[in-house]
Design a protein around this ligand. Structure first.
Ligand code: ADP
Length: 296
């Protein structure tokens, strides 16, 4: 069975196109405000489901309209939400995203329900969802104790753990269980408090660094130089969510039993595909579209 279990964040993004204001400055939006589904965890889950993986999401939303929309959007994308808790009297996670005409952005995240995901809930969710060969994918938009619980539960059930270390911070040992695959982008890589070689020495099986239009590189034990995996060239219109699509696709391919290099190659194409339309989930490709992009 090719199951991906995402333990992570789900947000509603309020996206506004405007110049990024300086402190104290007020600016006008040039387009109407858009409400878009987001959250690194939920975005990656949708990408994995789109590739055909049986995908389950474990996390928290609030009992508000944004939470209802988030649940509907995940379900419509084919993601299982049996372990997505609805918390009473709490708001659903929100991100306020300002995008300027040059494509630069500034983001404020209000964690809300995401900040309430605790270790006990994660342990129970992974225990309920674990099947042989499943991959657990997590990120740092939820409390660290929840991510540590996801890593420990993956290890306890013999499942592969893939970590999106974003927003980046120094990674304690509990976030790097034996065999972990750590997937930072090139900026996050400098904020992990350890080099790829050090993370490998601590037990990770691979560090996969995403490098935007240049694709990705794979650091593995015993290899003197990282392996570069190119991304297909595309006309990128919005790179928001490219990394989430990459990580969701990587988890889906690993769950399907693909070897790491082949999985990264497909993930790089999934990331490239995701840049071809606006919105974090606006251009998630299915397998046929992503394989066509890979074939050139
Ligand atoms: P993040 O969104 O986490 O910052 P990246 O920007 O590195 O991650 O993008 C993730 C992946 O998406 C890249 O490894 C690449 O495969 C693909 N990608 C991103 N931007 C482009 C682009 N302009 N052209 C082609 N592929 C891209």
């Amino acid at each position: 069975m090719t199951r991906v279990i995402v333990v992570g964040s789900v947000n509603e993004d309020l996206v506004v196109r405007a110049p990024i204001p300086a402190p104290g400055e007020t600016v006008a939006a040039s387009e109407p405000l858009a409400l878009l589904p987001g959250g690194k965890g939920a975005n990656a889950a949708c990408a994995a489901a789109r590739l055909g993986a049986e995908t389950e999401f474990a996390g928290c939303v609030g009992d508000d309209e944004a939470g209802e929309r988030a649940r509907e959007q995940l379900t419509a994308a084919g993601v299982g939400i049996e372990q997505l808790a609805v918390l009473e009297g709490v708001g659903t996670g929100r991100a306020v995203v300002i995008v300027d005409d040059g494509g630069e952005n500034a983001i404020v995240i209000a964690a809300e329900a995401n900040g309430r995901l605790d270790a006990a809930r994660v342990e129970a969710a992974v225990a309920a969802l674990a099947v042989p060969g499943a991959v657990v994918l997590s990120n740092l938009e939820i409390p660290e104790a929840a991510v540590e619980a996801a890593a420990a539960a993956a290890t306890a059930h013999g499942l592969r753990f893939v970590l999106d270390p974003a927003p980046a911070r120094a990674l304690g040992d509990a976030l790097v269980p034996p065999g972990a695959v750590i997937v930072p982008n090139e900026h996050e890589l400098t904020q992990l408090g350890a080099t790829p070689a050090e993370l490998l020495a601590r037990g990770a099986s691979a560090i996969v660094v995403t490098r935007g239009a240049e694709g990705a590189e794979i650091h593995e034990p015993g290899a003197e130089t990282p392996t570069r995996i190119p991304a297909p060239a595309v006309r990128a219109v919005d790179t928001t969510g490219a990394g989430d699509a990459f990580r969701g696709a990587l988890a889906a391919e690993l769950a399907a039993g693909q070897e790491l290099h082949a999985a990264v190659r497909l993930a790089a194409a999934a990331g490239a595909h995701a840049t071809t339309a606006p919105g974090a989930r606006g251009a998630l490709g299915d397998r046929a579209a992503i394989e066509a992009l890979l074939a050139g």
